[in-house]
Design a protein around this ligand. Structure first.
Ligand code: 9L3
Ligand code: MG
Length: 149
């Protein structure tokens, strides 16, 4: 536990020192609809192919994180989403820092489609654990369970 706390504190300090300009931020979308969460199966890179994630991607230079969530969901899912707050803490990943944002479908949005993934699944709280998540996303399952009915 102590090691986990120290690692988390070190990650926080690193991002605080590096600042938003240097730390590459990847946003992940916890899209919840009708009490279920959207999980998406990755196709790349090879090490992550077949593992499930919260859809998203890199925040572009000068882009707001919430805007990145909206853009990534449009690109990857063809859906119009409305971000509604952060979930959990910053998660260190190889690519930089992963930040999870809660979101819901905007009224009239097309249903999400796997435009960039090999499959999509709407999962209930009790089904979360069984999916082979990518490691970073598995770390927010506890918080996700609390956000689901
Ligand atoms: N990543 C991890 N979990 C996620 C997302 C959206 C992304 N939920 C990692 C995988 C890649 C990097 O972040 O190494 C960039 O993501 P993408 O642009 O390949 O989706
Ligand atoms: Mg992506």
């Amino acid at each position: 536990l102590l090691r986990g706390v120290l690692t988390a504190r070190a990650a926080g300090l690193t991002s605080a020192v590096a600042g938003a300009a240097d730390a590459r931020v990847v946003v992940a979308t916890a899209l919840i609809d009708d009490g279920r969460l959207l999980a998406a199966r990755r196709t790349r890179p090879e090490a992550l192919a077949g593992r499930w994630e919260l859809p998203g991607g890199s925040v572009e230079a000068g882009e707001d994180e919430a805007d990145a969530v909206v853009r990534e969901c449009k690109e990857e899912l063809g859906a119009d989403v409305e971000p509604c707050g952060r979930l959990g803490t910053d998660l260190p990943i190889d690519a930089g820092l992963l930040r999870v944002h809660l979101a819901r479908l905007r009224p009239g949005s097309a249903p999400p489609q796997p435009l960039d993934h090999s499959a999509l699944r709407w999962v209930s709280a009790s089904e979360l654990d069984a999916l082979p998540w990518v490691d970073a996303d598995r770390a927010v399952l506890h918080d996700l369970r609390a956000a689901l009915p």
